[in-house]
Design a protein around this ligand. Structure first.
Ligand SMILES: O=C(O)CCC(=O)C(=O)O
Length: 284
C-alpha cells in the first residue's frame, strides 16, 4: 500500500507547477500557512459545529451524512454534515478558511477568474464507528466513459485541521474511464486496495485539492480523529452535471451574510446564485 503525499511547495503564492501537478494527477496537497496560525481557534469552533450538527441532525433540522459501517463491505456514505454555511450551522471563522492563501489563487489558476461556490461541508470522524467510503468519483457513472472532458471544471478543497490520512486516490484516474480490471472496485470490491492508490497524508494546516473525476475512497477508524472542511468550487460556464441541482437558498443572498464574506467567496457565491437563475444583489 503506497503512502506518498504529493506535497506542493512549502508556502507562498500558487505556482504553475502546483497547477500542472493538480491537472496531471487529479489531486494535490498544499500547505495553507495561515490556517496553521489560527488552527487552535478554528479547531474549537469546529468542535462547536460538530455539537450543533449532531443535535440538529438527530432532529432532522440539518442534513448530516452518516455512514455507520463497522466493517469494510458494501457502499458507505461520507461522515459529517452538509452546508456549514447555512444559518443553523454557520461559523464565519470556518468559512474564512476558504479565503486563506494559497486557496483563492490556486482555485483561480485552475478554474479561471469566474468561479462558483458550490458548497461547504464538514467531515469528521465518528467515535463509535469506523468510516469506510467506497471507491467512487464525484460525478455520475454514465459520464465516466468520456474520461474527464474538462479538467478545469470543478475543484474540491479539503482542509485538514488535524493530521489525516483518510482519502485514498488513484493518481491520473481523472482523465480516463475505468479500466476493465478496475470495474471490481465499483462492483464487488468497493473498499479493496487499488494497486496504484495513494493514501493521501494531509497534515494539519494543509489542503487536499481533488478533481471531480479522480477515483477515490475514504477510510477512518474510530480511534483516529478527523476534522476536515470541504469547499466546492466550479468554473462559471462549465457544463453542469445533468440531474444534479445547483444549490441556492434564499439565505445565500442575505445582505448581512454576503457583506461578511471576503470578495473571493462573495463573488463565488453570487456566481452560484446567477448560475441558478437568481438575481444578484448590490452588495459592497
Ligand atoms: O471523507 C472524505 O473526505 C471523502 C468524501 C467523499 O469522497 C465524498 O463526499 O464524495
Amino acid at each position: 500500500m503506497l503512502t506518498r503525499p504529493a506535497l506542493a511547495r512549502e508556502s507562498g503564492a500558487p505556482n504553475t507547477m502546483d497547477v500542472e501537478r493538480f491537472l496531471r494527477d487529479g489531486y494535490l496537497v498544499t500547505p495553507v500557512p495561515a490556517t496553521q496560525a489560527v488552527l487552535d481557534d478554528v479547531r474549537s469552533t469546529y468542535e462547536s459545529l460538530i455539537a450543533t450538527a449532531e443535535a440538529l441532525g438527530s432532529s432532522g433540522l440539518v442534513k448530516t451524512r452518516k455512514s455507520n459501517r463497522v466493517e469494510a463491505s458494501g457502499r458507505g456514505w461520507s461522515w459529517g454534515c452538509d452546508h456549514i454555511h447555512s444559518p443553523e450551522l454557520r461559523r464565519q471563522a470556518l468559512l474564512e478558511i476558504a479565503n486563506m492563501d494559497p486557496i483563492p489563487g490556486l482555485v483561480t489558476s485552475i478554474l479561471g477568474p469566474r468561479i462558483r461556490f458550490c458548497g461547504a461541508h464538514g467531515h469528521w470522524s465518528a467515535s463509535t464507528y469506523d468510516y469506510y467510503l467506497h471507491w467512487h468519483r464525484d460525478t455520475r457513472r454514465e459520464r465516466w466513459g468520456q474520461g474527464n472532458p474538462d479538467t478545469r471544471a470543478h475543484v474540491q478543497v479539503c482542509v485538514a485541521l488535524v493530521d489525516e490520512a483518510v482519502v485514498w486516490v488513484v493518481p491520473g484516474s481523472h482523465v480516463r474511464d475505468l479500466m476493465l480490471q478496475e470495474e471490481r472496485f465499483i462492483t464487488t470490491h468497493p473498499h479493496a486496495p487499488h494497486p496504484e492508490q495513494v493514501i493521501v497524508s494531509v497534515p494539519a494546516g494543509h489542503a487536499l485539492l481533488l478533481n471531480t473525476y479522480t477515483l477515490h475512497r475514504a477510510q477512518c477508524e474510530r480511534n483516529c480523529t478527523r476534522r476536515s472542511l470541504h469547499f466546492g468550487f466550479g468554473r462559471v460556464g462549465a457544463d453542469a452535471e445533468p440531474g444534479r441541482a445547483i444549490k441556492v437558498w434564499p439565505w445565500l443572498t442575505e445582505p448581512a451574510f454576503l457583506a461578511e464574506q471576503t470578495p473571493f467567496l462573495r463573488n463565488a457565491i453570487l456566481e452560484q446564485v446567477d448560475e441558478a437563475g437568481g438575481t444578484r444583489m448590490d452588495v459592497r
